[in-house]
Design a protein around this ligand. Sequence first.
Ligand SMILES: Nc1ncnc2c1ncn2[C@@H]1O[C@H](COP(=O)(O)OP(=O)(O)OP(=O)(O)O)[C@@H](O)[C@H]1O
Ligand SMILES: [Mg+2]
Length: 341
Amino acid sequence: MPTPRKGDGRPSPTAVRAVGLRKSYGEKVVLDGIDLRIPAGSVFALLGPNGAGKTTTVKILSTLITADAGDVRVGGHDVAADPQSVRAAIGVTGQFSAVDGLITGEENMLLMADLHHLSKNEGRRVAAELLERFDLVEAAKRPASAYSGGMKRRLDLAMTLVGSPRIIFLDEPTTGLDPRSRHNMWGIIRGLVADGVTVLLTTQYLDEADELADRIAVLNDGRIAAEGTAEELKRLIPGGHIRLRFNDPAAYRSAADALREVILPRALGSAPPGGVPDDEALSLSIPSDGSQRELRSVLDRLDSAGIEADELTVHTPDLDDVFFALTGPAGVPDQPTEKTR
Ligand SMILES: Nc1ncnc2c1ncn2[C@@H]1O[C@H](COP(=O)(O)OP(=O)(O)OP(=O)(O)O)[C@@H](O)[C@H]1O
Ligand SMILES: [Mg+2]
């Protein structure tokens, strides 16, 4: 469930703003002019295939590398003119762990506290609190090299939070985590956002973006191929349909008759999974954008014919469909994907 919007109706201030961001490595254009706006206190997910430039974007926003062109402001500070202020406002958990395996989890935390110039007492207090919050108290005195991947990832994020950053960049925060650890990490991220922290995360897991993100951008070929809420992105591509199922063959035939003009013809190669109409399953599929208006029109037709479906489901394309459509070889969402659910 995406993070709820603030309820006062006022637009949130902008935490991250990038305009015309460009970056090349030699001949290779990685970012070809991208724009981003992330409202404060929201989760923004950057999706894209391997090599699309997600890590490059995170590194530019977090001042680790410089862009070739473009204006970037993070927490109100210009990354080129005032990188120190940007660094003071942000936390970064990189794609590859920043954990030092030779020292214990606790020592890693205290090292971060030192880097943030916390006093000894304050450092110990913050480290203890975060180790507790990330369920690492038992492991705190063991060398981090002995941690599992999930524990290292948690320690990594705990280290990021030592300086209480208001803007956090998480580059693939849950890659390699088991489902339970992923859900725990989602809970932690939601908790941060509930406290007003802004999160930009990159992910290969589309369900993660769907679950967490207020807005999602799909990066492909150096550009933002699409940006919006998960629902908006899903509406960009075809494949949504309403499915009606009947127990009574007579009702099924009457419905097929009443909806003759709108049901998907069987011959259509792009028909959604399930086949339409499907005589054996006594089900009908009607193309739909999932909107209330279309649903009402179908129900009105059934009502006029005095028929009631035994089961009605609305299928919208999922983010996998969006990802394949936007980042496929053609890069144009003109065909429903082959994927079956
Ligand atoms: N230091 C570098 N020197 C040269 N090329 C680089 C460098 N860093 C990244 N690249 C190239 O830039 C492109 C984007 O890389 P980046 O790491 O940003 O992709 P990504 O979207 O994070 O991919 P992944 O999903 O694999 O993490 C790739 O083609 C990569 O090879
Ligand atoms: Mg990356």
